[in-house]
Design a protein around this ligand. Structure first.
Ligand code: MSP
Length: 512
């Protein structure tokens, strides 16, 4: 089986999970589920980033140890993921022994390659972003007067300490060459150009250790230093695969790292440079998605408007949240979350389009043939067109998900749904029943049920629970979404004459 490896960022434990965290994780989950259904040996990793000054400070403010804070937040994530139907294969904690060992092994490799040297860091640091800034960079970004971070606009602090450095500057040309030679490496395109511009403006060596706090992985051989949290964190993608015991793990290189646009520089510059220095293969793709605002406003702690997953789940099914987040905004662009938009999409696309096609098709099958599929007769042009559309959808979905175009995927599936609803109108099964044209009626109902079955299959990665309910009615059997395989079930014509379907029960009741 071909391996497939998808990751999310590992989330800082200084804060509770919010909309931004569930977004990336849901997107990764859809890819993982789709690849499992496509018979890939899939590995889907998420986890938490526990070290660094930010987490240490958050713990100090609460008067607890960093590990206590981490344990509390980890418990929140671990109970949240199943509620959102997240099917991760592993959960990495950077405080775990397996990770510390990997981070130290990575350090040793960089050191042995001559990519690390000792020096003195005297410049600025943004704790919320865990980012170093040079005076010149603050000046260029017009953040010098205010002493604020060019990225997050919060106050930066002066850091003066002995530090190890990574020879990032030495990778400038190789990185540019690599990015240009591999056009799919960084997506979307606009982000790739941003990264290129950043590299071309000149890379400086990166400070990669700290001595003024202790919450981190000790530098091997010099325990007064802890490894810079980003060097530590990026290594998670390898530690979960058993690195360094497994030097070339089966699932490395990753097929795609999904991240938010704010952490692109770390993933598209630091991480590839580290891997080049360590002589390890680079991930195949890095996709940076956009940011959500909520009801038109930036989510922030001070406004207290961060959208908590628990609040969403209290009112909406996980599948509806999953569908909305991936349908509403093209992956890669910024977007706004609003409850009105969610209801609008739900009612029009899920209740009206899909729900209606399922209900009316099964209702007619029950009314005219006791719920049993009849033998389909000779195909007419409109039947062939519907089949062609279904098969086109299957190919398109695969290609679209390979480039993380979630909204286009859902749009493509809804084209078939709307085609199905038109097919009902055009063929008017009620008129065929009235005229006693059983042969044609059987054909039309058969095509509707097969279409619904194959639409449900394509929707399974997005809405596993809703699809189980849809397929239970169609298949007259209990269905487990995580056992569905395209290979077994993806062909047109699997259902045979005589197959019974259940009575329709609304899977997508209208929302008021
Ligand atoms: N710990 C680092 C990642 C290390 S990966 C080796 C980190 N953690 S984080 O918890 O601060 O952020 C995790 C992700 O949440 C980032 O990808 C970020 O883009 C995303 N989001 C945070 N707020 C967001 C929105 N408002 N909208 C969408 N995503 C957002 O960074």
């Amino acid at each position: 089986m071909q391996p497939y490896y998808v990751t999310t960022p590992i989330y800082y434990v200084n804060d509770e999970p919010h909309l931004g965290h569930i977004y990336t994780t849901i997107a990764a989950d859809v890819l993982a589920r789709h690849k499992r259904m496509s018979s890939f040996d899939t590995f889907f990793l998420t986890g938490v980033d526990e070290h660094g000054q930010k987490v240490q400070q958050a713990a100090e403010t609460r008067g607890i140890e960093p590990i206590e804070l981490a344990d509390t937040v980890v418990a929140r994530y671990e109970s949240l993921w199943p509620q959102l139907e997240i099917s991760n294969d592993d959960f990495i904690r950077t405080s775990s022994e397996r990770h510390k060992k990997a981070a130290q092994a990575m350090w040793r490799r960089l050191e042995n390659a001559g990519a690390i040297y000792k020096g003195f860091y005297e410049d600025w640091y943004c704790v919320p972003c865990e980012t170093y800034w040079k005076e010149t960079q603050l000046k260029e970004a017009e953040c010098w007067e205010s002493k604020t971070c060019p990225d997050c606009k919060r106050t930066v602090e002066k850091v003066q300490e002995e530090s190890y450095f990574f020879r990032l500057s030495g990778f400038q040309d190789r990185l540019i060459e690599y990015i240009k030679a591999n056009p799919d490496f960084i997506a979307p395109e606009s982000r790739k150009n941003e990264v290129l511009r950043f590299i071309e403006s000149g890379l400086h060596d990166l400070s990669v250790s700290r001595t003024t706090f202790s919450w981190g992985v000790p530098v091997p051989g010099d325990e007064d230093h802890v490894i810079y949290v980003w060097i530590d964190a990026l290594t998670n993608y390898l530690s979960a695969l058993g690195f360094p015991d497994q030097e070339t793990p089966k699932h490395w290189p990753a097929d795609v790292h999904l991240i938010g646009k704010d952490i692109l520089r770390f993933h598209a510059i630091y991480w590839p440079a580290m891997l080049m220095a360590a002589d390890l293969p680079l991930p195949k793709r890095i996709f940076a998605h956009g940011w959500w605002t909520v009801e038109g406003e930036k989510m922030s702690k001070s406004l207290g408007n961060a959208l908590r997953p628990a609040d969403l789940l209290a009112d909406y099914d996980a599948d509806v949240i999953r569908y909305f987040l991936l349908r509403e905004v093209p992956f890669g662009q910024d977007g706004d979350f609003s409850f009105d938009a969610l209801k609008l999409r739900y009612n029009s696309e899920l209740a009206n389009d899909i729900g209606n096609l399922l209900n009316r098709s099964l209702a007619m099958l029950n009314k005219y043939n006791d719920g049993v599929l009849g033998e389909p007769g000779e195909e007419e042009a409109c039947d062939r067109a519907l089949i062609a559309d279904v098969e086109g959808m299957q190919r398109d979905v695969d290609a679209l998900l390979n480039r993380q175009a979630f909204h286009l995927t859902l749009e493509r599936i809804s084209l078939v749904v709307r085609h199905g609803n038109r097919y009902v109108e055009d063929n008017a099964p009620w008129a065929l029943a009235k005229a006693g044209d059983t042969a044609r009626l059987n054909t039309v109902l058969y095509h509707l049920v097969e279409t619904l079955r194959l639409v449900a299959l394509q929707l399974a990665p997005f809405m596993p629970v809703k699809v189980e309910a849809m397929l239970a009615q169609i298949m007259s059997a209990d269905v487990n979404a995580s056992e569905l395989m395209f290979h077994d079930l993806g062909g047109w014509g699997l259902l045979k004459a005589g197959h019974p379907c259940r009575k329709p029960e609304p899977v997508f009741p209208r929302m008021d």
